[in-house]
Every structure is written in structure tokens, then in C-alpha cells.
Design a protein around this ligand. Structure first.
Ligand SMILES: [Mg+2]
Length: 126
């Protein structure tokens, strides 16, 4: 079973993501902020992270930078989740080193598709 870590400050979004991912057969871990998310990556087996961009204290870009700066987690698959599709957001996220990108409101079919796609990607050097 593959492990997904959800890092999302909004409880309702977290619950929806959990529901979709569990229904698709994933083991789900959850964190309510970036600090907790980084800690959980150290403590658990995580195959892919679903990382909210807009979070208080530490946004998704900062969490990603910390992962990419760490040799242990440099190749971890990370999918950006943002509240609205601003023009250029997708490019910005992919340039920053995210492996994939989804927008809220979440599409219950698109989410498992992108998770599956990112998990099957071959590692590219960052
Ligand atoms: Mg948020």
C-alpha cells in the first residue's frame, strides 16, 4: 500500500482529501501545518505529499524548499494544492520543483489520477 501525506490547514479540505485517497486504496497520513508535515516525513514512510500552498506560518513553497534542500528527501514526490488557479501558478509550482499540481475545489476523479501519475514518474534530478 502506498502512503500519502496530506499537509493542509483546512480541516474540511483535509477530510475530503483523506476520503478520496482512502477510497482509492492509499494509506493516509495528515498534518495541519508545514512544521508538523516535515516532522511526519521524518517519522513515517511517505511516498507522496499532497501539499497545500496557502498555509499560515510556513507556506507550501517553504516546505518544498526545505525538502529539496535535504538530501534524504530531495526526490520525494510532492504535489502542490492551491485554492484557485491563478494564471501562471502551475508553471510557478512546477518550476519550484513540485512534481504535480492540483487546484481546489478538488475534483474527486482528477485527484487520484494525479497522485497515480506522480507516483509512477521516474525520478528526475532536481
Ligand atoms: Mg490552506
Amino acid at each position: 500500500m502506498q502512503n500519502v501525506l496530506i499537509v493542509e490547514d483546512n480541516e474540511q479540505n483535509r477530510a475530503l482529501e483523506r476520503q478520496i485517497l482512502k477510497a482509492n486504496g492509499y494509506q493516509v497520513w495528515e498534518a495541519a501545518d508545514g512544521v508538523e508535515g516535515l516532522r511526519m516525513i521524518e517519522e513515517h514512510t511517505v511516498d507522496v505529499v499532497l501539499l497545500d500552498i496557502q498555509m499560515p506560518l510556513m507556506d507550501g513553497f517553504e516546505v518544498l524548499h526545505q525538502l529539496r534542500d535535504n538530501p534524504k528527501h530531495r526526490d520525494l514526490k510532492v504535489i502542490a494544492v492551491t485554492s484557485f488557479a491563478m494564471k501562471g501558478d502551475r508553471e510557478k509550482a512546477l518550476e519550484a520543483g513540485f512534481n504535480g499540481y492540483v487546484t481546489k475545489p478538488l475534483d474527486t476523479r482528477a485527484l487520484p489520477d494525479i497522485v497515480r501519475k506522480v507516483l509512477s514518474q521516474i525520478h528526475e534530478s532536481q
